[in-house]
Design a protein around this ligand. Structure first.
Ligand code: UT7
Length: 326
């Protein structure tokens, strides 16, 4: 847990969603599910699914939009962090691909793997570099191609996820205070998991079968989220010496509308302060918070000076919350 006396300032946002929209009704033609089940259990109505664009292609489009929105040239960016676990390559990393594509010639780039907490952890990491005076301007991106990680024959996972990317150009501002909390519980990691490449070498003793698909114990993740998210937001509020009443927007990772409603109830805050875009995006993991930020920014719903709490949670298990002034 750390707190600082300088503020994260989001200078601009951008997002990108693939053109192809897959509705619940379309899924119901492919498998034993229904629009009614998906909507009532999750709040999801449709999601965007890539027809070929890669994670870095989407990250680049979101980054370009964020730079334009901030009115900043790519050459001014010092640091690029991409929160993702679904890059199209393990090497080079997605951040280096973005750096080359946008011409951010003096930026250093790396990826950060923290599943659905990926954007939040990346934002906090960028903040620490800036607070330490090492870098001045960062491009923080969440980008995911979840459609390639789910088993499209498993209705309990494939209906939940979508593809997309969101980005924020971030600088520092004196005078207001930003704070964050982050946590991990690796002992529960298996409730949400995705295997990497298998160890198959002439020297490996017991080559293990690798499952190519994401596996999830939905109820365990649900219980974890509805307990941990309010807990860490309350801890953050205490640290910031604020009450939840002082916060204009709670921007949560978009996993399930029932999780969001439960958090709003537990905190005693009206659900109108918990914006939702699950209905048309599904769960886009690390991309969900920056996509939602971009929607709120561009629609003018969020105004300069608004006080915001971001909260991410998911695989790891991992969780976190960040307080900032828009
Ligand atoms: O980003 C973080 C990662 N993930 C999450 O945050 C997910 C957190 N968990 C959840 O959102 C919910 O647990 C789910 C939406 C995944 C599942 O909702 P649930 O209310 O926990 O349902 P369930 O798993 O208890 O399943 C209830 C029933 C089962 O049938 P039976 O055994 O009662 O006959 C499932 O087989 O619903 C069935 N079911 C479906 N039915 C229609 C599961 N998936 C589907 C489906 N369509 N797509």
């Amino acid at each position: 847990m750390e707190g600082y006396e300088m503020a994260i300032r989001i200078l601009g946002t951008g997002s990108y969603l693939p053109d192809r929209v897959v509705t619940n009704d379309e899924l119901a033609e492919m498998m034993d599910t229904s629009d009614e089940w998906i909507r009532t259990r999750t709040g999801i109505g449709s999601r965007h699914v890539t027809e070929g664009e890669t994670t870095s292609d989407m990250a680049v489009r979101a980054a370009e939009a964020a730079l334009k929105n901030a009115g900043i040239d790519a050459g001014e960016i010092d640091l690029i962090i991409v929160g993702t676990f679904t890059g199209e390559q393990l090497m080079p990393n997605m951040a280096s691909k973005v750096q080359a594509a946008i011409g951010a010639n003096r930026a250093v780039g790396f990826d950060l793997s923290a599943a659905c907490s990926g954007f939040l952890f990346s934002l906090n990491t960028a903040y620490c570099f800036m607070k330490a005076g090492i870098y001045q301007k960062a491009l923080v991106i969440g980008a995911e191609t979840l459609s390639k990680t789910v088993d499209w024959d498993d209705r309990s996972t494939c209906v939940l996820f979508g593809d997309g990317a969101g980005a924020a150009v971030v600088g520092l501002d004196e005078g207001t205070e930003s704070l964050f909390i982050m946590g991990s519980d690796g002992s529960k990691g298996e409730v949400l998991s995705l295997d990497a490449r298998p160890l198959k070498t002439p020297f490996s003793m017991n080559p293990k079968e690798v499952n190519p698909w994401m596996t999830m114990n939905g109820q365990e993740v649900f219980k974890f989220a509805v307990r941990k998210v309010p807990e860490c937001i309350e801890e953050l509020m205490k640290k910031a010496e604020l009450s939840v009443e002082d916060v204009d927007w709670f921007i949560l990772h978009q996993a399930n509308v029932r999780i969001i409603e439960s958090v709003s109830k537990r905190l005693g805050v009206d659900s109108s302060r918990f914006p939702v875009n699950l209905d048309h995006c599904g769960n886009t993991s690390a991309a969900s918070i920056p996509i939602l930020l971009d929607e709120l920014n561009r629609s003018g719903r969020m105004k300069r000076g608004d006080r915001i709490v971001l909260s991410g949670f998911g695989g790891g298990l991992s969780w976190g919350a960040t307080y900032l002034v828009w």
